[in-house]
Design a protein around this ligand. Structure first.
Ligand SMILES: C[S@@+](CC[C@H](N)C(=O)[O-])C[C@H]1O[C@@H](n2cnc3c(N)ncnc32)[C@H](O)[C@@H]1O
Length: 211
């Protein structure tokens, strides 16, 4: 029985990119991970984005901060597009559960990726993400941020048994006590807003690692 990560990366990763590539060019002015970098005046010398699509965010952040930018992404189509557009970014094809890099990074971004991860692989992914965050570095985790954990059938693959899992992923890292919370920004730019439908809130946490 394949894990849902295998199902996803075998076909849906490229399809997701094809459906969304028209909006994956310039970094939007209201991009919350970028806003956190600006607000907290982060000046990392190296930035890794995991599940980076064509690298549009890491490309812009690398330019703004002067950092070395690296993108990891399972979709070959997204990487081919990004390699053409953003020649200053290094791309690796790969997945969160076995990151194809050895070094650590001063800023690691994982935005809208963990809700797709098969629950069998979730802690393995968290360990892999932790492995590549430098001591003293920052981790940005953006995802759906419901009041209660929720699981839903993924509507683009309704018959494949693929689910999306909505929860506060920062808690995985905070529980280790290796990370301190720095900030949480939401799609409303303020503390989580109860007027937004549960399961549709987007929260981005900034954590700092201290061994
Ligand atoms: C919703 S998109 C978000 C893209 C980008 N991070 C952003 O914020 O716009 C999720 C991305 O994660 C990638 N992805 C899916 N499963 C993954 C996995 N197991 N490991 C790493 N990336 C994955 C997808 O191919 C896709 O590019």
């Amino acid at each position: 029985m394949p894990t849902q990560d295998e199902i996803f990366t075998a076909s849906e990763a490229d399809r997701w990119f094809e459906r969304n590539k028209h909006v994956l060019g310039e970094l939007p002015a209201d991009d919350i991970p970028a806003r956190l970098v600006e607000l907290y005046r982060l000046r990392p010398r190296s930035i890794l984005e995991i599940g980076a699509a064509n690298g549009y965010r890491v490309a812009e952040l690398a330019k703004r901060t002067g950092a070395r930018g690296v993108a990891i992404e399972p979709s070959a189509a997204a990487i081919a597009d990004g390699a053409q557009r953003f020649s200053h970014v290094t791309f690796h094809q790969g997945e969160a559960r076995a990151l194809p890099v050895e070094q650590t990074f001063e800023l690691v971004i994982v935005n809208f990726v963990l809700h797709w991860i098969d629950r069998k692989n979730l802690l393995r992914c968290a360990a892999e993400i932790d492995r590549v965050v430098a001591d003293g570095g920052h981790l940005v985790l953006g995802d759906f941020h419901p009041w209660r954990p929720a699981r839903n059938v993924y509507h683009h693959l309704p018959d494949a048994g693929v689910m999306t899992f909505k929860q506060d992923y920062a808690q995985l890292f905070l529980a280790s006590e290796l990370y301190q919370p720095v900030a949480l920004l939401t799609s409303h730019g303020r503390e989580l807003d109860a007027s937004v439908a549960d399961g549709e809130r987007y929260g981005v946490s900034l954590l700092r690692k201290r061994l």
